[in-house]
Design a binder for this molecule. Structure first.
Ligand code: SF4
Length: 103
């Protein structure tokens, strides 16, 4: 409520779900990847949890080959934690680069 006693519209009220909120983000992508994966190790990985757990869908399989991108990364660090082979090298993008949350 405002000081005059009137309700004010919540600017986020029109967002109906997480996907809508994530779509409002913007990225200043660094040319240098902040994620590197030894994809040779992914070939023998039985579970490949990075595919399921990455909220930005940065990991995908093409046949048996693991493909990944870093441009839409949300910088949550989940892939580094869940990789059973610990073959993901992860660091934050250079200062000021990467995702800029808009919620
Ligand atoms: Fe996906 Fe998070 Fe890893 Fe980025 S840090 S690739 S969003 S799991």
């Amino acid at each position: 409520m405002s000081q005059t006693g009137q309700m004010q519209a919540n600017p986020r009220a029109s967002r109906t779900n997480l996907e809508d909120a994530l779509n409002a983000n913007v990225w200043d992508v660094d040319e240098s990847p902040h994620i590197e994966v030894d994809t040779e190790k992914c070939v023998t990985c039985k579970t490949r949890p990075c595919i399921s757990f990455c909220p930005a869908h940065c990991f995908t399989l093409l046949g048996e080959k693991m493909l990944y991108s870093y441009e839409g990364c949300l910088e949550c660090g989940t892939c580094r934690v869940v990789c059973p082979a610990k073959e993901i090298t992860w660091k934050y993008p250079l200062s000021g680069r990467g995702v800029q949350y808009r919620f």
